[in-house]
Design a protein. Structure first.
Ligand code: ZN
Ligand code: ZN
Length: 356
C-alpha cells in the first residue's frame, strides 16, 4: 500500500489547514496513515515527522507493521507522552471522534497549544481509492459472491435466519475472508420490511422474499452486497416491489459515473420508485462509499452534495419496504471509472427462486 504517498498528502493537508500538528485518534484513520491495526493507538503528525503512540501490548507488532512513523510506547491512556511529541502551536484533533472528556485530557496534558477541532481531514483522502485498495475490495466482493453462489445452489435448507447468516459467514471465511464486513442480515417475510433487520431464530419462510445483505473483509477492506431471493410464488405486492426496485437499481447503475452529483443519482432511482407509487416505502439513501469502513464518504442520498470521481467505491442499493408484508433491497458495489462504473458484485440481480 502507498502509505508514504498518503503521509505526503496528509502533510499537505496540515499545511493547507494552517495546523502545526494533528492528533489522529480514529483507529481506521490511524491504520490508513501508518498501517497500525491495534486497538490503542494515537498518531501525531507534526511538521517534523510522525509519531505513533501505543502501549506495550502492541510494541512489537506496531514496530513491524507500521511505516514512516516513530513508535513511542506510552502508558495505557497514551497521555503521559503526548506533550513531548505534539509540540506547540495550532494542534488539530478529530472533533467528530473525540469525546468531550478526551478533549479535556488533551488540554490537561498539553502546554502552549491551541486545540483546533477538525472534521473529515483524513476521510477526505480516503474517499478516492488507490489501485491496491480497489484490489482488496474486489477480492472481498468475489468472496461474498462465492457464498451467494453456494446459497443459491443449496437453498435455505430449512435453516433459521440466524443459521443462514452463520453459514454465510463461515463460507466467506473458508474462501479467505478475515470475517464478515458487518453483521449479516437475513430477513424473510414480514421481517424483510425492516431495512436493518437482525436475523431471528425462526426458519426462513416459504413463498415470500428473503433479504440477504452481507460482505467480506480482506486486508481490512469491506465488500457490501444485498440480494433478495424468492422462496416460492410471491404475493403480487412483493412481485411488483421486486420489479420496481430492480428497475430503479439498474437505472442508477447506468447513470453512475465521474462528475455525477450523488443527489442526482439518488433521484434517478427514487423517481422510478415514486413513479410506481412506492416512494414512501424507500426510506433510506441510495448508497454509500465503502473502504476500510463499511459506511464512509461519499454519501449517496437525496441531499447529497458530493460529486463522484474516478476511483471512488460506492454502493447502489434502493429498497422497498412494505410493512406487514415484506421487503426488497438490491445492492451492488461499484468502482467509479473514467467512463462510468464497474460493478464488483457479480451475482445476477434477476429474481432467483430458491427453496426455503
Ligand atoms: Zn449492504
Ligand atoms: Zn450498503
Amino acid at each position: 500500500m502507498s502509505i508514504e504517498s498518503r503521509q505526503a498528502r496528509m502533510d499537505a493537508v496540515l499545511e493547507a489547514e494552517g495546523l502545526d500538528a494533528l492528533i489522529v485518534t480514529d483507529l481506521v484513520n490511524v491504520r490508513y496513515l501508518c498501517g497500525y491495526v491495534g486497538s490503542n493507538g494515537v498518531l501525531v503528525i507534526t511538521s517534523t515527522g510522525r509519531v505513533l503512540l501505543t502501549d506495550s501490548r502492541y510494541a512489537t507488532d506496531a514496530r513491524e507493521r507500521t511505516r514512516g512513523v516513530d513508535v513511542v510506547i506510552a502508558g495505557r491512556d497514551l497521555m503521559d507522552r503526548l506533550d513531548e511529541v505534539v509540540g506547540t502551536g495550532r494542534v488539530g484533533f478529530e472533533a467528530e471522534q473525540v469525546s468531550v472528556a478526551r478533549r479535556d485530557r488533551f488540554a490537561a496534558h498539553l502546554t502552549g497549544v491551541e486545540l483546533v477541532p477538525t472534521a473529515g481531514l483524513v476521510e477526505g483522502l480516503r474517499v478516492v481509492k488507490e489501485p491496491e485498495e480497489i484490489a482488496a475490495i474486489r477480492e472481498a466482493a468475489r468472496i461474498a459472491d462465492t457464498a451467494y453462489t453456494r446459497l443459491i445452489a443449496e437453498g435455505f435448507g430449512g435453516r433459521t435466519e440466524a443459521e443462514v447468516a452463520w453459514a454465510l459467514e463461515g463460507w466467506m471465511r473458508d474462501a479467505g475472508a478475515e470475517g464478515a464486513s458487518f453483521d449479516i442480515i437475513v430477513a424473510s417475510g414480514v421481517h424483510g420490511a425492516l431495512p436493518h433487520a437482525v436475523p431471528r431464530g425462526v426458519a426462513v419462510a416459504p413463498d415470500t422474499l428473503v433479504v440477504v445483505d452481507m460482505g467480506a473483509l480482506v486486508d481490512g477492506y469491506a465488500s457490501d452486497c444485498t440480494r433478495t431471493f424468492a422462496t416460492g410464488p410471491l404475493p403480487a405486492a412483493l412481485d411488483e416491489a421486486y420489479r420496481v426496485c430492480l428497475e430503479a437499481q439498474r437505472a442508477a447503475l447506468a447513470a453512475c459515473g465521474p462528475g455525477v452529483h450523488t443527489g442526482d443519482l439518488d433521484a434517478a432511482a427514487r423517481g422510478i420508485i415514486s413513479g410506481a407509487g412506492l416512494g414512501e416505502k424507500f426510506g433510506h439513501g441510495l448508497g454509500h462509499g465503502v473502504g476500510l469502513d463499511i459506511h464512509e464518504r461519499p454519501w449517496l442520498r437525496q441531499q447529497g452534495g458530493e460529486v463522484l470521481e474516478t476511483g471512488m467505491v460506492v454502493t447502489i442499493e434502493p429498497g422497498i419496504y412494505l410493512e406487514g408484508v415484506g421487503g426488497v433491497r438490491i445492492e451492488d458495489q461499484a468502482v467509479i471509472t473514467d467512463d462510468g462504473c464497474e460493478v464488483l458484485t457479480c451475482i445476477t440481480t434477476d429474481l432467483i427462486t430458491t427453496s426455503a
